[in-house]
Each structure stands twice: as C-alpha cells, then as structure tokens.
Write a protein that binds this ligand. Sequence first.
Ligand code: NI
Length: 252
Amino acid sequence: MLFDTHAHLNDPAFDKDREELISSLPEKGIEYVMNVGCCLDSSKDCIAMAEKYPFVYASVGSHPDSAGEVCEELMETYLQMAKHPKVKAIGEIGLDYYYEGFDKQTQIRAFKMQMELARQAELPVIIHERDAHGDGMEVVREFPDVTGVFHCYSGAAEMARQLVNRGWYIGFTGVLTFKNARKAVETAASIPLERIVLETDCPYMSPEPYRGKRNDPGRLIHMAEKLAQIRGLPVEEVIEITTENAKRLYRI
Ligand code: NI
C-alpha cells in the first residue's frame, strides 16, 4: 500500500468528483494521503477533509506564493490548528524564485517564521523550494532542530545528500518519469532509499503517460515503478520501504 506524501485534494480541479475519487483510493492501493495546505484558507480545508476521511492527513502553512499573509497573528492561528490530531506537518513553506517579480525578502521572512512555528509545534515541515537552492539551504542550517521533506525535489544530488545527512527526506513526483528528468533520476539513484518518499503533488505533475493531465493519488504507482526501475528493485519492496519512510516522516 502506497502513501501519497503530497496532494492538494481541496484544489478546484477536483470539485466535480472529489468524494468519488477519494473514496476510490483505498481500492487503488493508496493507504494514506497527506493533503497539504498552501495558505490559511486551504489549510482549513485540509483539516476539514482529514476529519472526513480516516486515511487523509493534513498540514497547515503558507506557500511562498502566499508569503504576504504571514504575520505573528497567523503563526498563532497555525499553532492552534497544529494541535489538531490529524495535522502532521507544517507546510508547504519555502522559497520560489521561478516567476519574475517574486519578493525575496518577504519569502525569506515568511519561511523563517514558519520554520520557527514548526519548532514550537514540534512538527516536521514540507518544503517547497524552486530556483532558490542557496537561500533554502541557508535557512535549513539556521534551524538545525527542524527537519522534514523537500517536496518535488529539483536540486542537485549533492545537495540532497547534504539534506539526508541532516535528517531530511526527499520527495519525488511524476517528474521522475519525464524523459528530461536526468537530475531527479540521478538524485533518486544516489541517496539512501530509506530517505525517499513518493508524492503526486496532484492535481499537478502527472506522471508519464499522463503528463499534462489532471493528476490524482491513484497514479502514485507510476512513481513507485519508476523508482523501482532506477534502483533495480522489485516494485513491492519500493512500495513497502517508501510507505514506511513516509510514516516515519509524518509520525503516523
Ligand atoms: Ni504542493
């Protein structure tokens, strides 16, 4: 049974068939789903969904795109929300320098405030980090007590090894199955299997042969099959180990 460590089932892309889709996941081999918050509103939605489905868990936090909403008052709200028994992480938080016009200082400030929140809440973090590897590592080093997962990992294999040595997990999406995924494949081949978790990041990042289509947790098996191929292991073994890793990461 698989653990989708990063999903956005509250996304409007699922408005038409959400109930049906989520109810069908156990029979598709999905044992657990971490549904990840991106802002205050979506974090509330994630908790509501986790209350409804026993195998769905929640995280609370503000994505770098929502860094502007991060303030002391919001941290107090998240800290209270984090006491909910099904909230297992702070996230997704981090840095994204991909799109032009991003506000670096606001993002770094919001990231650090939420790393501090995770320290206080004693929860792991879910990191979104794109085109900000240097600054991302600097913040990681500033909070040695806080670890978690770098989701949809896009950095170099060497940085992943440094993160693993610091106790972090590395998350891979459908990107692993793309033809141009040289970097992700190299990383997935070279770090300990005990530190790898699988995720869909649905509705985004659909694996091949569904690239560009709406993704859902039922497609996680494609990531497991690709990882098994990269590591030269039976897929059953990869499923078992990555699910154990995810449960260890989120303390489930
Ligand atoms: Ni995400």
